[in-house]
Design a protein around this ligand. Structure first.
Ligand code: FAD
Length: 408
């Protein structure tokens, strides 16, 4: 995981009053900090470890509409993702790159060519039929050039385009953009509790062993898998939504993929798994979906998940099994926040769900779940919801015009 080069800056030389305090330096927290600063608000972001310490450095690193969300009929989510992909390709060309994705079809593949063709056509339509949204069927003569993809039984290969990023680097870039507009960052600094008053919150933060208090009109709870902990530390308490945490593991193994990313089905259960080039000399494979209970700080890849992902890799790319096991360079697990419900987690909504402590002039807003891809849209929705609680400010910028460069 890449680190970030943003310095600690807890201000100590003046009264600590903010329009907004954000808890959590993942992509959603930094997105809100950026949108708030762009709207002219004073904003402090509090992160207990490092930027992107949680799910935002453990994702599949895709900036996408999410082809698979078409299966659950979530067209709104897919359209929003494709729109955000278009914006981020323009704002962050060094960090978000369009890549070819290949979907191989074998006799046992559950998603048959006709269904895939339909899905890819819909994906293209939702992407407004721009060139980057088009797909094709790869001629048979090109199959041998697909990074050693198993060709026995291969019936067809579809190619479409989506984008890949470095999630931690993107998070750092958004925070840097927020800071350039005046947002402040306290890190490492832990939110320990808040008292809600009629017109805002008194918030306690622990940094370097000492506690400090600040006030805010609105507290934005962007603590990812820790959102419930934050809500439990409010006085009076605010009831959390019922959520489930679902662990997703990725592996990096030594090796190379030159052509692009592969979207394959696990032969065991038909789940979609990505096999992707990642940094020099390594291949990223993910992800799993395992229900998680316990302390989010303790999430770790399970041996069964590692085994599952390696077997998918060897099944589709036999060269990774030729000299024994491929060399695993890293394995990491992140937690998705999903709404509780019936049925398999695969089919649960991936929408970002926003909750407030009260309908009128909220003092606390909680961000549940969502996607890396849609952080800007989430931040805009957050600003709309908390707008009535904030003083009127003169906007400084628009987030769809703020360039995001790599943080060196
Ligand atoms: C396995 C997996 C794969 C995914 N793949 C993709 C993908 O390819 N594309 C996509 O668009 N989305 C993907 N997602 C979704 C996306 O990664 C998440 O929705 C997103 O990263 C969540 O960001 P967040 O800011 O809400 O939470 P997080 O990134 O988890 O950030 C929460 C932060 O809050 C901090 N924190 C917690 N408690 C406190 C406290 N008391 N005080 C201070 N700080 C605190 C934590 O340290 C952490 O840094 C994936 C998610 C997972 C789990």
């Amino acid at each position: 995981m890449s680190g970030c080069a943003i310095p600690l800056s807890l201000p100590v030389d003046r009264v600590h009053q903010y329009d907004i305090v954000v808890v959590g330096g993942g992509i959603n927290g930094v997105g809100v900090a950026q949108a708030a600063a762009a709207a002219g608000c004073s904003v402090l972001l509090v992160e207990k470890h490092a930027l992107a310490h949680g799910a935002s450095s453990r994702s599949s690193k895709l900036i996408h509409g999410g082809l698979r969300y078409l299966e659950s009929g979530n067209l709104r989510l897919v359209r929003q993702g494709l729109n955000e992909r278009r914006v981020l390709l323009r704002l962050a060309p060094e960090l978000v790159r369009l890549r070819p994705f290949y979907i191989p079809i074998y006799p046992a593949t559950r998603r048959r060519p006709a269904v895939l063709r339909l899905g890819l056509s819909l994906y293209a339509l939702l992407g407004n039929l721009r060139p980057a949204a088009r797909f094709s069927s790869l001629p048979r003569r090109e199959w041998a050039g697909l990074d050693g993809l198993r060709t026995d039984g291969l019936e067809a290969v579809f190619r479409y385009f989506d984008a890949q990023t470095d999630d931690a680097a993107l998070t750092a870039a958004v925070m840097r953009s927020a800071m350039s507009l005046g947002a402040e960052l306290a890190m490492p600094a832990e939110f320990v509790g808040a008292r809600l008053a009629d017109d805002g919150c008194h918030i306690d933060i622990r940094t370097a062993g000492a506690e400090q208090s600040v006030t805010a009109k609105v507290l934005v709870n962007a603590a990812g898998a820790w959102v419930e902990e934050v809500l439990h530390a409010l006085q009076p308490p605010v009831a959390p939504r019922t959520i489930v945490l679902v662990q997703g593991t990725h592996l990096t193994v030594r090796g190379e993929l030159r052509k692009g990313l592969y979207y394959v089905e696990s032969p065991r259960d038909g789940r979609a798994v990505f096999v992707m080039p990642w940094q020099t000399g390594s291949v990223l494979i993910g992800t799993t979906e395992t229900k998680f209970k316990g302390d989010p700080d303790e999430v770790r890849p399970l041996a069964a998940e590692v085994h599952y992902l390696l077997s998918v890799l060897r099944h589709y790319f036999p060269r990774f099994g030729e000299a024994g096991q491929p060399q695993v360079l890293d394995a990491y697990a992140g937690l998705r926040v999903l709404p509780a419900g019936e049925g398999h987690v695969f089919h649960r909504s991936r929408e970002t769900l926003l909750d407030t402590d009260r309908a009128h002039r909220p003092r606390v807003l909680t961000i549940n779940g969502g996607k890396l891809t849609s952080f800007r849209a989430t931040a805009a929705a957050v600003m709309r919801r908390i707008g009535p609680s904030l003083p009127s400010r003169k906007p400084r910028a628009r987030t769809d015009r703020l360039r995001l460069g790599p943080v060196l």
